[in-house]
Design a protein around this ligand. Structure first.
Ligand code: GLC
Length: 412
């Protein structure tokens, strides 16, 4: 596929998956792209941000609408749900196959990697639409302040997730021990997750109580890297709009998160970043794609950048598979390259993490590696279309078809 064909393919998916209407339950207009019509028919937080970034290359108005719809779901305390059930009639079928933490029937009570300020920044840069920015800024500041207030009780600059779906990498093996996973399958995962949900039931909506209960309390490296990225974007947007006090606040927070990632999550012996589990902040010593994510930070200390690239990214035993970068290194005994039957994030390569990391590699001076990641991602799409994820050895497409965020290739 050349660029034109790629754009045509992406446009077809983004248009087919486009949902427009007025929600029965809140009377609000919505206009967003769902990740996949069959498997994921609602609005998901980080998917939406990725869709908006891809749409910058195709339809600027729709890119704005995507984010405006997502921001319209912000609650008074600033929180933005990770799933919004705009079309309620599709919910029963979805809930018969999945579990979702809710305090309202219309949206989830959980978060997702907070990339929204970066997506708004990109759309603003592309459109120069000051009205769009002015409407977004109070929602973004509310959201990032919510994250700090609700999710960083020890005030170390690292926010915590309360269940694996919040990190967007649902069944990652790094969570197996915390969840007490007995059966290594999607069914085993759901059974283990259900126990967490049951314990949360009386506390749902009270994040401090849930975090203090210490059942699933993870200062996740991927989430915090994206948090730092979002805080930095927000600071730039505020500076641009003349709010230097706001810009200083969020730059300070971005610095704190970056510094905490390095001082608390970097493991010099292992040469990798590890999530911290529980109030006691025990490192979860399992290397996954999230261990590489801090490469996204432009100001990551150079020796750490080099170590991550030399030891992990370019090593064929770990992440440098024929179709990189797998979600779990090939060397891990739990690595599953093929279709895991819904047991996701345990081996296959995903376009969204390749999008983050190809840009990161390029920014740190690894242009050739970045080019290869992009070229191989492109080959995967050539082979089997815009799929949810791909076999890192063969490039075969797996999971949902016509999957929204794989159109991020347009931005790679
Ligand atoms: C899966 C992914 C999650 C994504 C969602 C919708 O649950 O793990 O990251 O947001 O699907 O695509």
């Amino acid at each position: 596929m050349d660029r034109q064909e790629l754009e045509a393919g992406a446009r077809k998916i983004l248009l087919t998956n486009l949902r427009r209407g007025v929600a029965d339950w809140n009377g609000k207009e919505y206009s967003f792209v769902c990740p996949s019509l069959r498997g994921y028919p609602f609005q998901w937080f980080w998917d939406s941000c990725f869709h908006a970034i891809a749409l910058i290359h195709l339809d600027l108005d729709q890119a704005k609408a995507e984010l405006t719809t997502l921001m319209s779901a912000a609650l008074p305390d600033g929180f933005i749900p990770h799933m919004i059930f705009w079309e309620m009639e599709k919910q029963p079928d979805f809930l018969s196959r999945n579990i979702v933490g809710m305090t309202s029937p219309n949206y989830s009570a959980t978060m997702q990697p907070p990339i929204i300020a970066y997506a708004v920044e990109r759309v603003y840069q592309a459109t120069g639409d000051k009205e769009f920015l002015d409407a977004a800024l109070p929602i973004l500041t509310g959201f990032y302040r919510w994250a700090k207030q609700a999710r960083d009780p020890d005030d170390d600059g690292l926010i915590a997730v309360i269940q694996p779906e919040e990190a967007g990498t649902d069944c990652s093996p790094k969570y197996d021990d915390i969840l007490g996973l007995k059966e290594l399958s999607n069914r085993g995962f759901i059974t283990a997750l259900r126990k967490v949900y049951e314990a949360y039931e009386p506390m749902r909506g009270d994040d401090h109580k849930i975090l203090a209960a210490d059942l699933f309390h993870v200062e996740d490296v991927l989430v915090n890297t994206i948090y730092a990225m979002g805080l930095r974007s927000l600071a730039r947007l505020l500076a641009d709009s003349g709010d230097s006090t706001g810009a200083a606040e969020f730059n300070r927070e971005a610095d704190r998160t970056r510094d905490a990632l390095v001082s608390k999550c970097w493991d010099e012996d292992a040469g990798a970043f590890f999530d911290l589990s529980g109030v006691a902040e025990t490192p979860i010593k399992v290397v996954t794609i999230s261990s590489l994510m801090p490469l996204v930070l432009e100001d990551l200390p150079r020796p750490i950048v080099e170590r991550l690239v030399d030891q992990w990214v370019t090593n064929p035993d770990h992440f440098w598979t024929p179709y990189p970068l797998p979600s779990v290194p090939a060397s891990d005994p739990k690595f599953m390259p093929g279709n895991p039957g819904g047991f996701i994030w345990r081996g296959p390569s995903w376009i969204n993490t390749n999008w983050f990391l190809s840009h990161a590699l390029r920014r740190h001076g690894y242009g050739e590696l970045a080019d290869t990641v992009v070229a191989r991602s492109h080959e995967c799409i050539d082979k089997s279309g815009f799929r949810e994820y791909y076999n890192p050895f063969t490039g075969e497409g797996l999971g949902a078809s016509d999957f929204g965020w794989s159109t991020l290739i347009l931005d790679m």
